[in-house]
Ligand binder design. Structure first.
Ligand code: NAD
Ligand code: UFG
Length: 341
């Protein structure tokens, strides 16, 4: 049974990936400093799967501790989720973002070098396509000019991995460019648990629905899109997690660097999200139209053909599934993991 280290694995995408890896028969080791998560998520991963996770509280930048983790375990592959991800915060605190997101990468690569681990998957983002590329995005497009420090950390980290794999031909790197993950595990036991006011659309929607926020503001209704609101490639987090299982199978059998978009290939508008959420959950969502948000692109979505061709992966869940599961998680856990139930 191959063992996979999930750096930052207690977070939103990491916890869902842990479930799918355990279900697929992998052993899972998680290292997280809980900067944006809670060990409760991993307890619930164990509850959902009936399997154990080896859990370390650790800052990935702590080289000594990281090396201990690598030496204590026979690690076959690493998935690097450990990063700060709030776009606005990255503009206000760029040094903190570069320090965290780049140093976690360098520490992981050094620990891998030291212990002979050759396989790594990185959580990149569609944001690296920048503003220049036209939709749908395909993997061979050049990385664009990013609009914020968070985006630059993703672009720079991709470059670091490409250089490392060029220098060491036995290294195997998979760069996964996520589009817009939303939704939650259908059990409602794990989901997205943002701290403070959510930056992203779906957690804002669910917090309005549960009565924690007054009203959703839809940012802009005069975009050149099908209904005037922005469109995105929303992807169910369970589909995304399953994409990681396929990426693990792939990274273990190849060398060099490969990039994959993980998206559905189908854009939906903010208005369509609100309509689907209201319909499938039989809820009225208080919302108003407001000004555009600075830095938002009108639309972007994936060409997801490469992942289907080389990984044998494609998404299965619908927008209605995403909206149903997001609400199921929020209503069962109005305060996220803070109030265990
Ligand atoms: P998340 O914040 O829920 O998970 C990230 C995890 O990393 C958290 O558990 C956090 O505590 C941990 N972490 C951060 N810095 C760390 C450090 N120095 N040492 C140890 N642990 C650390 O976010 P997520 O949505 O699960 O995202 C996972 C990854 O995917 C991130 O790198 C993010 O940038 C990337 N990504 C996310 C999205 C999205 O919309 N959610 C989109 C594209 C890319
Ligand atoms: N939106 C609203 N109201 C809100 C929040 C969001 O109308 O309260 C709209 C945004 O304007 C956008 C859409 O909902 O049109 C999605 O916004 P999100 O903030 O959820 O997601 P983004 O597409 O802006 O950002 C995501 C990730 C970033 C990543 C970026 C580019 O969250 O990490 O995609 O890949 F950098």
């Amino acid at each position: 049974m191959a063992a996979i280290l999930l750096a930052g694995g207690a977070g939103y995408i990491g916890s869902h990936t842990a479930v799918e890896l355990l279900n697929a028969g992998y052993a899972v080791i998680v290292a997280d400093n809980y900067a944006n998560s809670s060990p409760e998520a991993i307890r619930r991963v164990e509850e959902i799967t009936g399997k154990q996770v080896k859990l370390y509280e650790a800052d990935i930048r702590d080289d000594k501790k990281l090396l201990e983790i690598f030496r204590e375990n026979q690690i076959d592959a690493v998935i690097h989720f450990a990063g700060l991800k709030a776009v606005g915060e990255s503009v206000a605190k760029p040094v903190m973002y570069y320090r965290n997101n780049i140093d976690t990468t360098l520490s992981l690569l050094e620990a891998m070098q030291e212990t002979g681990v050759k396989n790594i998957i990185f959580s990149s983002s569609a944001t690296v396509y920048g503003e220049e590329n036209s939709v749908p995005y395909t993997e061979e497009m050049k990385r664009g000019v990013c609009t914020n420090p968070y985006g630059w950390t993703k672009a720079m980290t991709e470059q670091i991995f490409e250089d490392a794999a060029k220098a060491d031909p036995s290294l195997s790197v998979v760069l996964l460019r996520y589009f817009n993950p939303i939704g939650a595990h259908p059990s409602g036991r794990i989901g997205e648990d943002p701290r403070g006011i959510p930056n992203n659309l779906m957690p804002y929607v669910t917090q309005v629905a549960v009565g924690k926020r007054e009203c959703l503001t839809i940012f802009g209704h005069d975009y050149p899109t099908k209904d005037g609101t922005c469109t995105r490639d929303y992807i169910h987090v369970v589909d995304l997690a399953k994409g990681h299982v396929k990426a693990v199978d792939y990274v273990l059998r190849h060398n060099g660097t490969e990039i994959f978009n993980l998206g559905t290939g189908t854009p939906y508008s903010v208005k369509e999200i609100v309509e689907s959420f209201e319909r499938v959950n039989a809820i009225k969502l208080n919302h108003v139209y407001g000004n555009r948000r600075l830095g938002d692109l009108a639309e972007f979505y994936a060409n997801a053909d490469k992942a289907e061709r080389l990984l044998g992966w494609k998404t299965e869940k619908t927008l209605d599934d995403m909206c149903r599961d997001a609400w199921n998680w929020q209503k069962q856990n109005p305060d996220g993991y803070r109030k265990s139930n």
